[in-house]
Design a protein around this ligand. Structure first.
Ligand code: AMP
Length: 218
């Protein structure tokens, strides 16, 4: 799942994972958990994340490889927020090839920057289950409590405006060029990421139908 911060990668990856019965592998979620627990990976990543910078490739590649090796990922998985650089994309190709696996599709969520900034500035995340809400567009039924599990909602540290701008710059410089990389491999499908969550989900499911017969995503 490719796209700028706030494009809806996490939201859509979560829905797709439920639908297809395969795990969502979100490097952002794994790193935030590592920071929270104070693991060595978390300590290394923390400063970069706080500043809105990409965490070094070596660290991210290692955590993704570890996660992809877990039994629940044997049937397939949805990568959310990875790869974000050429080096990561190449490392992913190598890891997949070594296991006889390959990417079935790269979904790029297209959302303009203005919309992304609006989405991120009101974003609320559940501390317990990771569900996402928006103060204006998708408010929780009870202030600051998750509709799904009643966990408390918070604003991510890196969702503050200045950090968001840095993350967008990193996206433009490091990650957006991957669109060409995957387009050249005929893997890229661009999806309009604007509109309601359900609408975007339907667009993605429609794109996935083209995989039927080639590579059963379920
Ligand atoms: P996300 O939740 O995907 O927006 O990621 C939050 C932060 O985690 C990013 O701003 C980066 O600092 C770090 N991060 C997540 N995924 C990666 C990645 N693939 N490469 C480098 N840094 C990452």
């Amino acid at each position: 799942m490719l796209g700028p911060p706030g494009a809806g990668k996490g939201t859509q990856a979560r829905l797709l994972a439920q639908r297809l019965g395969i795990p969502q592998i979100s490097t952002g979620d794994i790193l935030r958990e590592a920071v929270r627990k104070g693991t060595p990976a978390g300590l290394e990543a923390r400063g970069y994340m706080q500043r809105g910078l990409l965490v070094p490739d070596e660290l991210v590649v290692r955590i993704v490889n570890e996660r992809m090796a877990e039994p629940d990922a044997a049937k397939g998985f949805i990568l959310d927020g990875f790869p974000r650089t050429y080096a990561q994309a190449r490392a992913l190709e190598e890891s997949l090839a070594a296991k006889g696996q390959r990417l079935s599709m790269v979904i790029a969520l297209d959302v303009d920057e203005e919309t992304v900034v609006k989405r991120i500035s009101g974003r609320l995340v559940c501390r317990q289950c990771g569900a996402m809400f928006h103060a204006l567009y998708d408010p929780p039924r009870n202030d600051n409590l998750c509709d799904k599990c009643n966990g408390s909602l918070y604003q991510r540290d890196d969702d503050k405006e200045e950090t968001v701008r840095r993350r967008l710059q990193q996206y433009r410089e490091e990650t957006r060029p991957l669109m060409d990389f995957y387009a050249n491999k005929a893997l890229l499908v661009r999806i309009d990421g604007t509109g309601a969550v359900e609408e975007v989900k339907e667009r993605i499911l429609k794109a996935l139908e083209t995989l039927d017969g080639q590579n059963d995503p379920a």
